[in-house]
Design a protein around this ligand. Structure first.
Ligand code: NAP
Length: 345
């Protein structure tokens, strides 16, 4: 079912902002005769919530407020939005999705109804998709981890000599930058750091938002001090304390190599709910085996190696019974390449 145009607008204005650990939220205030009186989106911790921003300077008596997420009912860094809506005298609130946070979880709706405000809850998938990472983190305690890789049509993410730039064309690479734009952290293993010297930045025309935090998972070998990433204040996970040229070393448990679960829990604790893995096959395999990867974005380049290069996952796959089922979310062509997005069932 199509969502109301005003909710669509609230999603659109909220989408560009990096707000974690807070949710991305947008709100639109509409008068009884259908005129848009105000719009607002949350910009991040300590900033006004979307409803408050949208109500600012507006006579909202008798108005309808379209908001992507259930208004909060608790005192955080700012007072509850429910109070702001009641005090503004609004008549009706249309909520895109119920907030899964324990401190809200239906209480916002209940308090509005107790104040005789009409509330319609749409449970719209679009409203949840606006901040899938937030919903995932609140429900599971883990960030929403996406594994992204580019492979040739015959299944290699690099040639035998390690060369992989570029398997896909410009459009697909732009799309990959858009994925980074929506991520709080971009993670590689020591192997990719050594082989590719990646910057892990969003490089899109006109992009002037904040960059995702670069993350390196260190292993047994010393990390090369001469890498672009050191200029970007990386987080480095290791099972031992490391002297680094820059950034922060975080020690997590693990048997020689850092345990993916521990890394994910630490990232979520830092408010990084959208985590993009751009590592090579070794890191992909250990995160896959740990069961922390929720989404896969696979770019299939219009390129055939014609032989065995490097597989997307290191190690063996012995029997089909070990395979995990995935749900296809989207498939699109980008010039000669394909982009397939799957989530775990
Ligand atoms: N086409 C693509 O999309 C794509 C993307 C990324 C990379 N690549 C290619 O992949 C190749 C690099 O592969 P790679 O497998 O060496 O890179 P990687 O997976 O990024 O790094 C693997 C290394 O990370 C360290 N590590 C630390 N904790 C780990 C853990 N829990 N699980 C696994 N590894 C952990 C280990 O370092 P130590 O060895 O020091 O113990 C391990 O050897 C390059 O040729 C690169 O071009 C291709």
């Amino acid at each position: 079912m199509a969502i109301p145009g005003h909710l669509e607008r609230a999603i659109e204005i909220a989408a560009p902002h990096r707000t974690h650990p807070n949710p991305r939220v947008g709100a639109v205030v509409v008068s009884a005769d259908g005129a848009v009186l105000g719009e607002g989106s949350h910009l991040g911790p300590g900033q006004p919530h979307a409803e408050v921003a949208a109500l600012d300077g507006v006579d909202a008596r008798g108005a309808t407020v379209f908001v992507t997420l259930e208004p909060c009912a608790h005192h955080g860094r700012t007072p509850p939005c429910v109070t702001a809506l009641i005090e503004a005298g609004v008549q009706r609130v249309v909520v895109g999705a119920i907030d899964p946070d324990d401190r809200v979880a239906g209480q916002g709706v209940e308090q509005l109804r107790n104040a005789s405000i009409d509330v319609e809850v749409l449970d719209a998938p679009e409203a949840e998709a606006l901040d899938a990472g937030y919903f995932h983190q609140r429900r599971t305690g883990f960030p929403l981890v996406t594994l992204k890789y580019a492979m040739t049509i015959d299944g290699s993410i690099a040639a035998q000599d390690g060369s992989s730039q570029w398997i896909t064309g410009e459009l697909a690479r732009k799309d990959a930058h858009a994925l980074r734009e929506r991520s709080d952290a971009v993670v590689v293993g020591a192997g990719t750091l050594a082989a590719d010297d990646p910057q892990l930045t969003v490089r899109l025309d006109g992009f002037d938002g904040s960059q995702p935090r670069p993350v390196v998972v260190a292993g047994r070998s010393a990390l090369d001090g001469n890498r672009a990433i050191w200029g970007r204040d990386p987080l480095v996970y290791s099972t031992r304390s490391l002297e680094l040229p820059a950034g922060e070393c975080v020690v997590v448990d693990g048997d020689v190599l850092p345990d993916p679960e521990g890394i994910c829990v630490d990232l979520a604790g830092r408010g990084m709910y959208d985590v993009l893995i751009e590592g090579g096959p070794t890191l992909a395999k250990s995160f896959w085996d740990a069961g922390v990867i929720h989404r896969l974005v696979v770019f299939i380049g219009g390129l055939a190696g014609g032989g065995q290069g490097m597989a997307p996952f290191a190690g063996r796959f012995s029997t089909l019974a070990d395979a995990r089922s995935l749900e296809l979310k989207e498939l699109k062509a980008l010039d000669q390449d394909l982009r397939a997005e799957y989530v775990r069932k």
